[in-house]
Ligand binder design. Structure first.
Ligand code: ZN
Length: 387
């Protein structure tokens, strides 16, 4: 997984962290000289760290247990235990540069990756993760499971499935898949690959060398195609999809890509903001700000006017604020936003005291137009907006 880095200190309403994924292929070989200690063992997986006392073991368990459930439900039980390596991401991940420039796309931070293992002197096979984010856990576990099932699938399919299943919301102990990943959607709309480029991206395999930009584009394109399969079929049909992926023509891929990027698809998907399941409403709202769309802002505000669940109210509010921070709305819409969001945030009572305090601090940072506290507040509320 990659996290796109941008300046995040301009205004309290801005949340500038964009998520995407990066396959291990680029990073293999860079972690060979580390010493990993086993911190904890669970049924089916173990947690490793170079600095055992620095790991939030409980947070990893809260993220990985439901992530295993979600992935095994779709792809079947893991055959072998999975190694999860927790790394510090301050200066880079165990030898992997923390921040890399992706030409034409922007700066990106390596958040996690999976490697299939590179023999006795290479890094151990498994997941390397800088945080206990549940979506990242799902994404990387898809890679870990596919490495057990079929190591020769097209990379676009593997990354696409990981991106679709890894986009969602952890509602208690249940991972609720959304699948609409907003960063690739916006990037692909701004620059849609032509047939030649699409054919090249579809041909990439996990063990081919690719440069960083190409690797990111494989994620984007793979997400768009697999999202179309998911949306049109309403579920993941693993055996059926493997066959489709192997024989997918460029023409079909292009058709699926264009359907995913269409305005109709987005409009229909946003109806999930009114779903009876609050987990689905949360999963849908989360990340929508990245689309930089006035329409999306209106939909968030429409739902906020009817929403009664306090956590969903907070999610809708923060994503609306962030959407307005990405692209300043016209005066009337901005006025409506403040009239809707401000009282909703003031009213919302969250069970978690840290999150409750963060909402308070966010409100006071708007009141005083301060920036300092809002970054910390937004960090504490990441599960409501970070995708
Ligand atoms: Zn990936």
């Amino acid at each position: 997984m990659l996290e796109r880095t941008m300046d995040r200190s301009l205004h309290a309403s801005r949340c500038h962290r964009l998520g995407a994924a990066l396959s291990a292929a680029l990073l293999v070989g860079l972690t060979g000289c580390s010493t990993w200690h086993r911190v904890e063992a669970y049924p089916g997986w173990s947690l490793y760290s170079e600095v055992p006392e620095g790991v939030d073991v409980g947070a990893f368990q809260r993220a990985y247990d439901p992530a295993f459930d979600a992935v095994e439900t779709v792809l079947g039980k893991f055959r072998s235990p999975v190694r999860i390596h927790a790394f510090e991401d301050e200066d880079g991940a165990a030898g992997v540069a923390a921040v890399q420039e992706v030409p034409g796309i922007g700066r990106a931070r390596v958040r996690a990756y999976h490697t299939r293992g590179e023999g006795p002197f290479g890094p151990a096979a498994g997941i390397y993760a800088s945080s206990a984010d549940p979506g990242t856990a799902v994404h990387e576990l898809v890679h870990a499971r596919i490495a057990e099932i079929d190591r020769d699938l097209p990379l676009w399919f593997e990354e696409g499935l990981a991106c679709v299943l890894g986009d969602g919301f952890l509602d208690g102990e249940r991972w609720v898949v959304d699948g609409l990943a907003c960063w690739p959607l916006r990037e692909l709309r701004e620059r849609t690959p032509d047939v030649t480029e699409l054919a090249r991206l579809l041909a990439v395999r996990a063990d081919h060398g690719t440069d960083l930009r190409e690797n990111v584009l494989v994620h984007f394109v793979g997400w768009a195609i697999v999202f179309d399969m998911y949306r049109t079929e309403g579920r993941v049909d693993w055996p059926g999809w493997i066959a489709q992926a192997r024989s997918m023509s460029v023409a079909e891929a292009r058709e699926r890509l264009q359907r995913t990027l269409s305005a109709e698809t987005e409009t229909a998907w946003l109806a999930r903001l009114d779903d009876v399941d609050r987990g689905v409403r949360m999963a849908t709202a989360k990340g929508l700000w990245k689309l930089r769309s006035e329409d999306v802002l209106r939909r968030l505000l429409d739902r906020l006017g009817r929403e009664e669940d306090p956590e969903v109210q907070v999610a809708l509010s923060i994503n609306a604020l962030a959407a307005a921070g990405e692209r300043e709305p016209p005066g009337r819409l901005a006025g409506r936003m403040w009239r809707t969001v401000w009282p909703a945030l003031r009213r919302a009572e969250l069970a978690n005291p840290v999150e409750e305090a963060a909402v308070e601090s966010l409100l006071s940072s708007f009141r005083w137009r301060g920036n300092r506290d809002s970054d910390a507040a937004l960090d504490a509320l990441q599960r409501f907006w970070a995708e």
